[in-house]
Design a protein around this ligand. Structure first.
Ligand code: CMC
Length: 391
C-alpha cells in the first residue's frame, strides 16, 4: 500500500484540475465558469449555459446565434435509428433504451470519431447536445406507442423538447411558455456538477481514448442509479409510498433506524453539507408551474411537510442532510406530464453538456494519461493449484 493512498469511494481524492465548475459544499455555493447557479437559472438560458460550459465564457449575441444554429442543425437523428429503437420491448425502462441508443451513436457518426482532431471533437459535442433531447423524446414516444415527432428547429431547445414529447401529428400543439421556461431552468440546474460519479465515469472512459458517444453512454449508465440521477424518480415513488402527511413520522422513524436501508430520497449530498442551491431555485419553479397549470398536488404539500420535519430533526441536523436538487424536480416534471420513468432521462439530457465539456477539457490537456485506480488486495495469498478430481 505504500505506493498509493487508500481512499474507497474517493472521499478525499482530487482526480483532475478543472476550470468549469466550482462547489463550496459548506456554504451551498455552485458556480459554472464563475457565474452563480442562481444567476444562470434566473437570468440566462440553457443554450447560453451550454456555451459557457463548453467554451469558458457566456457568449455575446453573435456567438450565441451561431451556437444555436450549430445545435439546431444537429437535432435530427439518423433515420436508421428509428429502426434501432424498434428492437426494444415497448415496456423497457427509457433509461435502458437511452444506454443503448446513445452508445449506438458511434455506429452512426463515423465522421466525428477522431478524438485527436479538435474540430471533430467539437462536432461530436454539438451532436450529443443536440441529439440527446431527440433520443429522449423518442424513448418516451416509443414507450407510449405514439409516433416519433421530428424536431422543430424554429423552436428553442426547451420548447422543441416539449414539442417532441407531447405533440402528436394529428393535432396542432402550442408550447406553454411558462412550462418551456421551467424546462429550460431544469436543464440549466442539472447541466454540470464537477466530478460526480457519472462525470468521473465519462472522464475515466475518455482517458482510455474511447470515442465521445461511448463515453456519454457510460455516463448515462452511471447516472441511472438511485443514489445519483435515479433519485428524482425515487423521490416521487417515496412520496407516493408515504401517501399522507400523517404517515411522515412513521416513515422517518424507519429511515433513522435504517430499516430496509430506507433513505430519505432527495436528501443528503456527498459535497453539500448545506441547502443545495439548486433545490432552492427548483422549489420556486415548482410553485410557478403548479400555479400556471392550476394543479393542487397533495404530493407538494407532503414534500414541504416532510422537508420541514426533517430539517428540525436531530438525525438530519447532525449529519448535515439537506434537500438536494432532486427533492422538488420530480413534482414539477410530474405536473408537466412526464411519467416518473422519464425523470432520470431528463437529467441525462441536461447533464450531457457537463459530461462533454469535462471530456473536451480533458482531451485538450497536453498529455492524456489513462485513469487507473489501485486497490487493496484482500484475497488469498499465493497457493498451490489442485486438479479438479483432488478438490
Ligand atoms: N437519508 C437518511 N440518511 C442518510 C441519507 C438520506 N438521504 N443520506 C445520508 N444519510 C446518512 C447515512 O446513513 C450515514 O449515516 P451514519 O453516519 O449513521 O452511517 C450518513 O448520513 C452519511 O451518509 P453517507 O452514505 O456516508 O454519505 P454519502 O456522501 O456517501 O452519500 C448520497 C451521499 C447522496 C448518496 C446520500 O446522501 C443518499 O443516498 N441520498 C439519497 C439519494 C439522493 O437523493 N441522491 C441524489 C443526490 S443529488 C443528485 C445527484 O448528484 O445525482
Amino acid at each position: 500500500t505504500s505506493h498509493f493512498t487508500f481512499d474507497p469511494s474517493f472521499m478525499a481524492t482530487g482526480s483532475c484540475k478543472s476550470r468549469i465548475t466550482f462547489i463550496d459544499g459548506d456554504k451551498g455555493i455552485l458556480l459554472h465558469r464563475g457565474y452563480t447557479i442562481q444567476d444562470l437559472a434566473e437570468k440566462s438560458t440553457f443554450m447560453e449555459v451550454c456555451y459557457a460550459l463548453l467554451y469558458g465564457d457566456l457568449p455575446n449575441a453573435k456567438q450565441l446565434k451561431e451556437f444555436e444554429h450549430n445545435i439546431t442543425y444537429h437535432t435530427m437523428v439518423h433515420e436508421q435509428l428509428h429502426f434501432f429503437f424498434r428492437g426494444f420491448r415497448r415496456d423497457a425502462h427509457p433509461m435502458a433504451v437511452m444506454c443503448g441508443v446513445v452508445g449506438a451513436l458511434s455506429a452512426f457518426y463515423h465522421d466525428s470519431l477522431d478524438i485527436h482532431d479538435p474540430k471533430q471533437r467539437e462536432i461530436s459535442a454539438h451532436r450529443l447536445i443536440a441529439k440527446l433531447p431527440t433520443l429522449a423524446a423518442m424513448s418516451y414516444k416509443y414507450s407510449i406507442g405514439q409516433p416519433f415527432m421530428y424536431p422543430r428547429n424554429d423552436l428553442s431547445f426547451a420548447e422543441n423538447f416539449l414539442y417532441m414529447c407531447f405533440a402528436v401529428p394529428a393535432e396542432p400543439y402550442t408550447v406553454n411558455p411558462v412550462l418551456a421556461r421551467a424546462m429550460d431552468r431544469i436543464f440549466t440546474l442539472h447541466a454540470d456538477h464537477e466530478q460526480n460519479a457519472s462525470t468521473s465515469t465519462v472522464r475515466l472512459a475518455g482517458s482510455s481514448q474511447a470515442n465521445p458517444f461511448a463515453c456519454i453512454a457510460a455516463g448515462i449508465a452511471c447516472l441511472w442509479g438511485p443514489a445519483h440521477g435515479g433519485a428524482n424518480q425515487a423521490v416521487l415513488e417515496m412520496l407516493e409510498e408515504i401517501g399522507h402527511k400523517d404517515n411522515i413520522p412513521e416513515f422517518l422513524a424507519k429511515v433513522k433506524d435504517k430499516g430496509d436501508n430506507t433513505r430519505l430520497m432527495g436528501f443528503g449530498h456527498r459535497v453539500y453539507k448545506n441547502y443545495d442551491p439548486r433545490a432552492e431555485v427548483l422549489k420556486k419553479s415548482c410553485d410557478e408551474v403548479l400555479a400556471e397549470l392550476g394543479i393542487n398536488d397533495p404530493l407538494l404539500e407532503l414534500a414541504q411537510e416532510l422537508e420541514r420535519i426533517a430539517l428540525s430533526d436531530p438525525y438530519f441536523i447532525e449529519r448535515k442532510l439537506f434537500p438536494n436538487v432532486d427533492f422538488y424536480s420530480g413534482i414539477i416534471l410530474k405536473a408537466m406530464g412526464f411519467p416518473t420513468s422519464m425523470f432520470t432521462v431528463l437529467f441525462a439530457v441536461a447533464r450531457t453538456v457537463g459530461w462533454i465539456s469535462q471530456w473536451k477539457e480533458m482531451m485538450e490537456e497536453p498529455s492524456l494519461k489513462i485513469g487507473r485506480p489501485r486497490q487493496l488486495y484482500t484475497g488469498p495469498a499465493q497457493r498451490e493449484y489442485v486438479p479438479v478430481d483432488k478438490r
